[in-house]
Design a protein around this ligand. Sequence first.
Ligand SMILES: Nc1nc2c(ncn2[C@@H]2O[C@H](COP(=O)(O)OP(=O)(O)OP(=O)(O)O)[C@@H](O)[C@H]2O)c(=O)[nH]1
Ligand SMILES: [Mg+2]
Length: 336
Amino acid sequence: MLKIASSKKGGGGGFGVKKSGDAQVAFIGFPSVGKSSLLNLLTGGNTNSKVASYDFTTLQAIPGMMVIEDARIQLIDLPGIILGAAAGKGRGKEIIGAARNADLILILIAFQYDGSIDFDHLFQIRKELFDAGIRLNQKPPRIQIKTQTRGGIGFTYNGEQIMDKDEVKSLMNELGYSNAAVYFFEPNVTPDQLIDYVLGNRKYISEFVVINKSDLEQHTYTDKEISEIIGHRNWIKISALNEDHIDDLRHQIFLQLHLIRVYLKPPGEEADMEEPIILKEGDTIQKLCEKLHKTFLKNYRYALIWGPSAKHPGQKFNTMEHVLEDGDVVSIYLKR
Ligand SMILES: Nc1nc2c(ncn2[C@@H]2O[C@H](COP(=O)(O)OP(=O)(O)OP(=O)(O)O)[C@@H](O)[C@H]2O)c(=O)[nH]1
Ligand SMILES: [Mg+2]
């Protein structure tokens, strides 16, 4: 079996948590919602993050590893967030730094003793993350800007748009551009999206909402009402105390990460169907090579692929741009 250490770049931002595993999930929530209790449960006792009934029990980032369907997922328990975190209150900068590096943000809220759910916390956390440049459940806008030396602001677009040419022009001027060609490749681009694109440095990450302490539930809300308040259906009710719906949550985390399994077949040998390489949906042969070792990137000659992404078994790919799919078997041939 080919065993090569992952060559992932970067140490990870907030709190200096070293990225490890196939994907990273950050836990964000107000104090005492049960983040540490949940981390301990999901990692099956591998991790021991202190749990206590008082607020601010966790003071640093505590990473743990959860293995699910062959993927190793790093979970990061964080201190309780407080208002103003984006502006640096509490250990807000570090908490948000850790969130920015994650592939999925798990926002934890909880049932209260009166059976209500602290939805306000969810909205406040979303605002903190927004202020810190994190865009939850959004895709990067399909925009292109080409700066030019003259000609003012040009505007080309697809579909119906909210902004007209004058509005685009004045916003671009405010953003410091006097000559540029602006392209919107999708309909209804908002001014915020244009600003995000120009400012760069935005992170687009999915959120999943965990409502903990369901042992305190008094059936005040229907599922439909909860979905309406949250704004989507990516949420789950659990009880860390009673270990209720923990396996469902594990599975949901796996699904939300959109991971794919790719099997390696060393040239001339049988494929290794035991230990897949875990990649993300949309990843290319290049990503696979990066994950294996830098020599694969440098000395890549071609790949043969069997499986869902191949038009026929053993299809040959001379470049690394081909997008892989879950279940592909890949042979990589290197230059000698
Ligand atoms: N009733 C109930 N209590 C829970 C549940 N999960 C956690 N708790 C309790 O809630 C309190 C806080 O739990 P922690 O896991 O320390 O919460 P935390 O979010 O990590 O808190 P900080 O680190 O302070 O931000 C503890 O007393 C837990 O026993 C649950 O599902 N139901
Ligand atoms: Mg904690």
